[in-house]
Design a binder for this molecule. Structure first.
Ligand code: SF4
Ligand code: SF4
Length: 462
């Protein structure tokens, strides 16, 4: 849709009511612009009638809402890259998005090739950073398979390019020895770990070595080493195996002073993951119980455990351009806000596609490099996936708070880019839960302190 079309749709459309399950409030929304407001649920018609203060305010602001959303959805240039410095992993997790043969027998990227690749990426990001924003470094996240399997090359790259990129490492934590922790923390590299259970028996159900050994205690040891560091997090991938224990996960993370966690719905891109996919209703129930528990712990101790994937949904509603993650916007961030570099030098829209050769957009070190990949059919099929253009999302009132993730699983699990992903009903419930928190004045308790510094209020009515 063009901006003009969006503007017309916004101006023409009435505000639609949404029952969010709150005792006193309903939401009203204009899905085209992601405008929303909470109104007395017994007075929806009067609150939104033509000429009402709410309808008038919306009419005046609709153009600017449409423009802001359009810019976020269609006018970003990449500001980050996921780097896969090896195909190998020392674990064989049930739901991994990379094929098992790559992880067990695959190749490392050589140190010289990684250095050359980062040089080319630095050149690319310098060419697209907006004027006056050059002081903001692009993000470069070393990612799975297991990046520390190729630690020497990764650390050499961080040493060489520390002034050019904001680095992060997403690791299974099993190779994070004292030396690695010292190296990474002294260079302010953000560190993400993964843990799936509050006790070994639960973690072991989905995350084990190839020989079947538990890694639970090793991850706890890594967490202890990182206590007090400012920039670390832990991901729990929610599956049928750990869903009943999510509340205990939150308790364990809080006790270990984890600053930020993610309780992610698993991506069902490859068949293995679908064997442990929870039902949407079960996911919602366990996830909300875990969020409730994180809030209780915050109230008891004054210390927040941020659940970043949920905080991002709150931000999508409260301040769309302040989002930090790009899965819940359509088109998603893959291939437009960031892209991924595979160990063989190929570029993909997102790491989630690395096991799927048809999404290979060409080699970074070939002549056209990133620019050619961004324009390739392999990338365009992802970046053109637009939630306004396929059912049932095009009719969904929360589509710009959900984004219909994930294109990789929509394509592989449900048969096409014009299909939904794996957790549609859960995403609806998640937005309702977020709106209930906003109605109760609790949203800030679930967000980063200072999240609204530097954001502008474009609509506030009480
Ligand atoms: S929705 Fe999927 S493809 Fe898009 S950024 Fe998220 S994980 Fe990557
Ligand atoms: S996936 Fe479901 S909740 Fe998300 S936009 Fe589509 S219909 Fe709406």
């Amino acid at each position: 849709m063009t901006v003009a079309e969006l503007d017309r749709a916004a101006a023409a459309g009435p505000l639609l009511p949404v029952d969010i399950g709150h005792e006193a409030y309903a939401a009203v929304t204009d899905p085209n612009t992601a405008f929303w407001a909470l109104v007395d649920k017994t007075r929806i018609a009067e609150s939104t009638a033509a000429g009402s203060p709410l309808a008038e305010s919306f009419r005046e602001k609709a153009d600017s809402f449409a423009r802001e959303l359009h810019a976020l959805r269609f006018a970003l240039t990449p500001s980050g890259v996921y780097l896969n410095p090896t195909e190998r992993c020392n674990l064989n997790c049930t739901y991994c998005y990379l094929p098992g043969q790559q992880r067990s027998e695959g190749q490392h990227m050589s140190e010289s090739k990684l250095i050359e690749s980062l040089g080319k990426l630095r050149e690319y990001f310098r060419s697209v950073m907006p004027e006056g924003r050059q002081e903001r470094k692009p993000r470069a996240i070393f990612h799975g398979a297991e990046p520390l399997m190729n630690k020497r090359a990764v650390f050499a790259a961080i040493e060489e390019f520390g002034n050019d990129f904001a680095f992060g490492v997403q690791t299974n934590g099993t190779l994070l020895d004292d030396e690695a922790v010292d190296f990474l923390t002294s260079r302010n590299v953000s560190i993400g770990l993964s843990l799936d259970g509050p006790v070994a028996g639960i973690t072991d159900a989905t995350r084990r070595t190839w020989g079947g050994k538990s890694v639970h205690d090793k991850v706890l040891t890594a967490m202890d080493k990182l206590k007090g560091y400012g920039s670390w997090s832990v991901i729990t991938t929610c599956t049928t195996e750990n869903l009943p224990y999510l509340t205990q996960m939150v308790e364990l993370f809080h006790a270990h002073e984890v600053p930020t966690c993610m309780l992610n719905t698993l991506r069902c891109t490859l068949p293995g993951a679908r064997t442990v996919k929870p039902a949407d209703g079960d996911m919602a129930q366990a996830f909300f119980a875990a969020l409730d528990r994180s809030h209780e712990l915050y109230k008891q101790t004054g210390r927040k455990l941020l659940v970043a994937n949920f905080a991002n949904i709150l931000l999508a509603i409260l301040a769309p351009t302040a989002r930090r993650l790009m899965c819940d916007i359509s088109p998603c961030g893959g291939g437009r806000a960031f892209f991924a570099l595979a160990a063989d030098g190929s570029l993909y829209p997102c790491s989630e596609f690395i096991g799927l050769p048809r999404f290979n957009g060409g080699n970074l070190l070939d002549a056209g490099g990133v620019e050619t990949a961004l324009k390739s059919d392999a990338f365009r099929i992802v970046t053109a996936r637009n939630v306004d253009q396929f059912a049932p999302c095009n009719d969904c009132t929360i589509r710009h708070f959900c984004g219909s993730p994930c294109p990789a699983e929509a394509h592989e699990m449900n048969g096409g880019m014009d299909k939904i992903g794996a957790f549609c009903e859960f995403y609806k419930e998640q937005v309702n839960y977020a709106l209930r928190l906003i109605a109760d004045g609790k949203a800030n308790d679930y967000l980063w302190d200072g999240w609204d510094e530097g954001t502008d209020t474009t609509f506030l009515m009480q």
